[in-house]
Design a protein around this ligand. Structure first.
Ligand code: KIV
Length: 273
């Protein structure tokens, strides 16, 4: 068994999250897509690392999350697992790998678990994908649900605006959330919905509810790493708190390097053999 496959005493498991939610201890979750960033966020004591299909946007430069493939997600996830000692690693199942039929969904999830040694998968959607979720769960693979703004359905909705502002949409989210909990999902992500609705869902469910743009009355929060670090500068929704302006810092560091090379300031006597 490789080191990446061992679960050590300090590692966060789905049961750790369950207990945290029961005790009212907030769950911190963040995305990562590569070894170096995973190592950094893991050493900062993050509880959950999500290998999000937002990799399609922030790593590959696509406009939507739809183009990223299962092989590409496996590459990102395996890199993240190699950099992680403590956090629970959850991997997004990419568009088109679970909606068609439950057998394909199981095969995709099994590939993710076998080839990355991650701890769980995340799927977008509610009652319409329950068969796939049940089949994945029956193989002993923990599943995190994702409702509200589900970016893989962008072509259906046509906008990334806040979801569930009508009573019928809100009722569907509540019904879907219960269906996901009843099916056996260990946690649920709610993206970009009114805080009052997220609060209601979190109160009605026993599994941890983790929000992004869903207010503070939930069991935890998730942000996209590149957004909160200020690497992606053009994206500033109201819910995003930027903790750094890393994009500006990287740019000015590289500008300095360019200048040092051009002026022969770099390398100096001490930086050579
Ligand atoms: O892909 C992703 O990064 C996500 C989060 C926004 C929850 O699904």
């Amino acid at each position: 068994m490789s080191i990446a496959n061992q679960i050590n005493d300090k590692q966060v498991t789905v049961h750790t999250l369950e207990n945290m939610a029961l005790k009212g201890e907030k769950i911190s979750m963040i995305t990562a897509y590569d070894y170096s960033m995973a190592k950094l966020v893991d050493s900062a004591n993050i509880d959950v690392i999500l290998v999000g299909d937002s990799a399609a946007n922030v790593m590959a430069g696509y406009q939507t999350t739809l183009p990223i493939t299962l092989n590409e997600m496996i590459y990102h996830a395996a890199s993240v697992v190699r950099g992680t000692k403590r956090a629970l690693v959850v991997v997004d199942m990419p568009f088109g790998t679970y909606q068609g039929n439950s057998k394909e969904a199981l095969n995709s999830a099994v590939r993710i678990m076998k080839e990355t040694a991650a701890n769980a998968v995340k799927l977008e959607g509610g009652q319409e994908i329950l068969e796939s979720i049940s089949r994945i769960l029956s193989a002993g693979i923990p599943v995190m649900g994702h409702l509200g703004l589900t970016p893989q359905s962008i072509n259906k909705f046509g906008t990334y605006a806040v979801r569930a502002t009508t009573t019928s949409e809100a009722d569907k989210i509540i019904a879907d959330a219960h269906a996901l909990e009843d099916a056996g999902c260990f946690a649920l992500v709610l993206e970009k919905i009114p805080a009052s609705l997220a609060q209601k869902v979190a109160q009605e469910l026993t599994i941890p509810v983790i929000g992004i743009g869903a207010g503070g009355y939930v069991d935890g929060q998730v942000l996209v790493l590149h957004d909160m670090l200020g690497i992606t500068q053009e994206f500033s929704p109201r819910f995003l708190r930027r903790y750094l302006s890393l994009g500006d810092e990287i740019k000015s560091a590289v500008q300095q390097y360019v200048s040092d090379v051009k002026t022969s300031d770099f390398p100096n006597e001490k930086e050579q053999y």
